[in-house]
Design a protein around this ligand. Sequence first.
Ligand SMILES: Cc1cc2nc3c(=O)[nH]c(=O)nc-3n(C[C@H](O)[C@H](O)[C@H](O)COP(=O)(O)OP(=O)(O)OC[C@H]3O[C@@H](n4cnc5c(N)ncnc54)[C@H](O)[C@@H]3O)c2cc1C
Length: 426
Amino acid sequence: MPSSATIRTVPSVWAATAAPGPDLPAIAGAHRADVAIIGAGFTGLTTALALAEGGASVIVADTVEPGYGASGRNGGQVIPGLKYDPDTLDAMFGPETTAFVGGTADVVFRLVRTHGIDCDPIRGGWIQASVKHAHLPALERRMAQWRARGADVAMLDAGAMAARTGGTGFVGGWIDHRGGSVHPLNYACGLARAALAAGARIFREAEAVSLVRADGGWAIGFDNGASLRAGQVVVATNGYTGRLWPGLKATVIPANSIQVATAPLDADQLARILPARSVVSDSRRIANYFRIGPEGRLMMGGRGAFTDPRGATDYHRIDAALHGFFPEARSLPIDFRWAGRVAMTRDHLPHIHQPAPGVTMALGYNGRGVAMASALGGAIGAHLLDSAQPLPLSLSTIRPMPVHGLHPLYASAMIAAYRVRDMLER
Ligand SMILES: Cc1cc2nc3c(=O)[nH]c(=O)nc-3n(C[C@H](O)[C@H](O)[C@H](O)COP(=O)(O)OP(=O)(O)OC[C@H]3O[C@@H](n4cnc5c(N)ncnc54)[C@H](O)[C@@H]3O)c2cc1C
């Protein structure tokens, strides 16, 4: 990574519209802290915030800077919930975990309020939209299970979907009023500021390249020769995970999620398209997601190839989804196209690992990490301050995927198969 790279060099609508981030030093020399955190995305920053507020000395290090990874590039959709239904989560982990998962969006909006983070928070609800009649029973089940747990949710018929989205082709869906949206890069920088205010130190241009035991704690070496000693280490590198810890990289498939943002909509379009400023994902296995973004731009995102996109033609599926749902967008120029890496896991769940005393890792949000990573970071921070505070997910061992190096081949084949299944359903 060239040291001159910053999140501002990513051609995203977020980078173009973000307030300046905090002024941070590049790492140099030798440092000590109670807890070292590798990765300054939502996971690392919320962990740092919780720890610093609890009185621990904390240092966060990022290869580039806060928000450089998925946290500064995502769709900004604040979605409570994982890909499993609440009853299934109960059976897998118990009702406390389900309650934690259902409360993750609350955590984001609470952090924004408490720390006065200027990131355009809107609680307009998250809609899971369906273009397939075959998907509606599953959506109804999911909605009913959350409703039984007291969530403010409702089914939407085709007419309600047309009115709430201003788009075409939806046969139904459900709305989860707990969800909403933020400007993710401003949210990440706001979390960084809050952590700094609580006493954490954050270094940019700090790529951790080694992690070894030392003096009953851990020693981290950086690419430029700087060093950091800490009693505890939290690895929060998600889809940008490298070879710092044996086998960790191979527990996730780093997949590109790609997005486009149109030119600003006119007043009439803004009144018709997502009038309540809800955010939407569709229910297909390989889903698209959309919202209104900064300056009234219509944004659409979805799965990209495993190689980084190089030009406009690599976004043709997203353009097609945009024009499919919103035919009027054909006449709108696309002003921004960008990509970022999500971390997919075999079981579609995030994982917490503690592979050695004093080392904690959290990753694998499967493209749903704005709310989950924010909440999980806080929970990890609380647990490290006081081990009596339970972690919300059970710990798992690091299980590298076999032939991980070939993931672009087998994951592409799997995605192609999913797309065919999506296409065949009615
Ligand atoms: C295009 C896109 C759209 C998305 N849309 C949504 C959405 O709308 N809603 C939603 O809920 N989720 C969405 N996601 C997923 C969500 O953004 C992520 O799950 C979440 O941001 C993960 O946060 P994180 O802190 O764990 O990881 P990241 O934000 O990826 O941060 C990891 C950080 O680790 C740093 N790093 C890596 N290795 C090292 C090292 N050796 N030393 C130091 N630093 C290192 C990287 O520079 C990076 O900054 C989207 C993701 C993408 C890419």
